[in-house]
Design a protein around this ligand. Structure first.
Ligand code: PHB
Length: 397
């Protein structure tokens, strides 16, 4: 009896010792909102991970890590750009880490992989880096701060037709956003009276463009329209030069992914004159952008922000905004509802989240690669304001 009570006493004491930290931890957990970020930090699309994560972090640095009384904790995971990994990591983040928000996703297949989990677990998911129109339709819990390929391809097709380009060959990466690009550009260009003489699709990662560009050269179009995902543009540009397309008088036009600010400066003069349509240029002339670029470069050893970085920066803004609006509630439905209709001035210009589609509405800029102070930039020369995704707006077949 005596021995039992001694043991009991010891047990009670041990419990008393652990009870305080457990309660303390529980209180802290309730005051912390974990944001699970999944990006390709390694592999062929590591530049996307590097840029987006730097954008997310800069926003937190500038705005503090407390929102509506909650401490924001970002947990960054590397999926290497492999959809099965994205899915596994998202599951772990939801189940083991208890994240209340997911963000990132460097390519369309990675966003597709996580969509069913977002729906099942009711986790608001901010897509910073996948541009296929249908991404936001894969889950009612997805919102996007990036762009849709058609948002950029449609204004470019209209511009091309008005500026003496009559015959085009399209060259796109052979996966969902490339197919969107090919469709959107061709439909609008042909409806305007132009001719797309060939539609070429190339492998997504590490493609050898040389044989495809030879086909383009032989076809003698006025221009080649290109979509390749961020990071691949430099290889394209090199082979465009090597094959002598420029000398053959063939213009280069594309969505701004090909003249990605992350690598543009290393492309050399072959990039000069390339006309693209996109949502962000590091050379965008606004007070907000000048401050953003300066702060980003300072925080990242001089790295120039690209359109991925600004998407991460805005993605974290959207998360902070939603948490403010819910007064710190992390209920998934409340958070995604709070994101609908959000609008603010981004370094790229005015943006909003379409309350109907949860997709971004933003300006699209026409830009030309020019040299400024010895450096290559996408210099904006025209603005198409407040562009909605043309696919969801029913503008394309
Ligand atoms: C995509 O996979 O949707 C994607 C990735 C990188 C880009 C554009 C689109 O630059």
């Amino acid at each position: 009896m005596k021995r039992r009570s001694v043991i009991f006493g010891a047990l009670a004491g041990a419990l008393a010792v652990t009870a305080a930290p457990v309660a303390f931890q529980a209180a802290r957990a309730a005051d912390t909102v974990k944001v699970g970020v999944i990006l390709p930090m390694t592999g062929p699309f590591a530049s996307t991970g590097r840029q987006v994560s730097a954008g997310l972090k800069l926003y937190m640095q500038q705005n503090g890590d407390t929102v509506a009384g909650k401490k924001i904790e970002m947990i960054l995971k590397d999926d290497g750009g492999v959809p099965d990994q994205t899915k596994r990591l998202a599951q772990e983040l939801i189940v083991n880490d208890g994240v209340k928000v997911l963000a990132g996703f460097g390519l369309t297949p990675l966003a597709f992989a996580v969509a069913p989990l977002a729906t099942k677990a009711k986790i608001p998911t901010v897509v910073t880096s996948a541009a296929t129109s249908s991404v936001t339709e894969k889950s009612p819990f997805i919102a996007r701060t990036f762009f849709t390929i058609a948002q950029a391809a449609v204004p470019l097709a209209q511009w091309a037709h008005k500026h003496g380009i009559n015959k085009v060959v399209t060259v796109v990466a052979d996966y969902a956003p490339g197919i969107d690009a090919e469709k959107a550009f061709s439909q609008v260009f042909e409806k305007a009276g132009g001719k797309v003489s060939q539609k070429i699709r190339v492998p997504v990662a590490n493609p050898d463009f040389a044989p495809f560009l030879q086909r383009v050269k032989d076809d003698k179009p006025d221009a080649v329209f290109v979509f390749v995902p961020s990071g691949v543009g430099a290889a394209f540009m090199q082979q465009f030069k090597a094959k002598g397309l420029e000398e053959a008088g063939i213009k280069l036009i594309g969505t701004g992914d090909v003249t990605d600010d992350d690598i543009l400066n290393s492309m050399g003069d072959v990039a000069l004159g390339t006309i693209t349509a996109h949502q962000y240029s590091a050379a965008h002339d606004s007070k907000e952008n000048k401050e953003f670029v300066a702060a980003f470069e300072k925080a990242n050893k001089g790295m120039r922000p690209n359109f991925m970085a600004v998407s991460g920066y805005d993605g974290m803004h959207l998360i902070y905004y939603a948490l403010e609006k819910t007064n710190g509630s992390t209920d998934g439905k409340a958070l995604i509802d709070a994101m609908k209709g959000a609008h603010w001035t981004s370094p790229r210009g005015p943006i909003s989240i379409d309350p109907e589609t949860r997709d971004i509405i933003q300006n699209i800029y026409l830009r030309k690669v020019e040299k400024k102070d010895g450096q290559l930039y996408n210099v904006e020369f025209d603005t198409i304001p407040d562009v909605k995704d043309p696919v969801k707006a029913g503008e394309l077949k």
